[in-house]
Design a binder for this molecule. Structure first.
Ligand SMILES: [Ca+2]
Ligand SMILES: [Ca+2]
Ligand SMILES: [Ca+2]
Ligand SMILES: [Ca+2]
Length: 243
């Protein structure tokens, strides 16, 4: 049986028809997105609750929403208050658990450096400014953001890194307190990250039911922070010897 199987596989591989399908298959071309300029970030979520994922895209002059409709993506702008494309932090999700999609936008520069959570009304277009500003004790330059329920209270929390040159370097944990309120964890609760470009991931490394945080850094070793019932402590290099 084995020689026959081998011959059949070889036959399939050299078959002109099969070879064409394997080697010359062309990708299916998707719709052209109505995006202007050079976007810096994007997130996907069903913003208008019609069963398909829409997009929020950070363009050069601020965020736009691309709602997926049967004929293609419909471009929607909203009064985000952001006029710069230097807004690389964006997430979409239901952050107050009311069943309607919300947006988390972050940006930098001076006193405007903050996170802002836009509360959705279910339309996916955010027609009326309705947001909560999360402020910090020092300037931050939010870039990559990870969303996860790190304190196991049922709502989404945020971990992000503040990049050198755009704010005080380090990583920060923003706890979702419910009722559209947030609190920035203290340095004792969430130790600062290395001063480098880092991307956070929330994952339960040790399987204890609490999501730990892994920070992958550009110019420093990857670090792991154990989640100890909602408070974090950095793993030793013996525990996590990742360069
Ligand atoms: Ca949708
Ligand atoms: Ca919501
Ligand atoms: Ca939580
Ligand atoms: Ca864990």
């Amino acid at each position: 049986m084995r020689p026959q199987v081998v011959l059949l596989v070889v036959s399939l591989l050299v078959s002109p028809v099969c070879g064409q399908s394997l080697l010359q298959a062309q990708p299916v071309e998707g719709p052209v997105l109505p995006i202007v300029g050079s976007p810096t970030a994007a997130a996907a979520h069903d913003l208008d609750a019609d069963g398909d994922d829409d997009l929020v895209v950070m363009e050069d002059t601020g965020p736009v929403i691309l709602r997926k409709q049967p004929a293609g993506f419909v471009r929607e702008t909203f009064a985000s208050g952001l006029t710069s494309g230097v807004v690389p932090a964006v997430l979409a999700g239901d952050f107050d658990a009311d069943g309607q999609a919300d947006l988390l936008l972050g940006w930098y520069w001076g006193v405007n450096a903050a996170l802002r959570v836009w509360w959705g009304d279910g339309s996916g277009t955010f027609p009326v400014p309705n947001f909560t500003i999360i402020t910090f004790s020092s300037n931050v330059g939010p870039m990559p953001i990870a969303a996860a329920d790190v304190d196991n209270d049922g709502d989404t929390d945020f971990v992000f890194t503040s990049q050198p040159g755009y704010g005080t370097p380090g990583s920060l944990l923003v706890r979702n307190l419910g009722n559209r309120a947030f609190a920035v964890a203290s340095a004792a609760q969430f130790p600062a990250a290395p001063p480098s470009f880092s991307v956070p991931f929330c994952v339960d490394v040790d399987g204890d039911g609490w999501r730990d945080v892994v920070l992958v850094s550009e110019n420093a070793r990857t670090r792991l922070y154990w989640n100890n019932a909602g408070n974090f402590i950095e793993a030793t290099t013996a525990q996590f010897p990742v360069i």
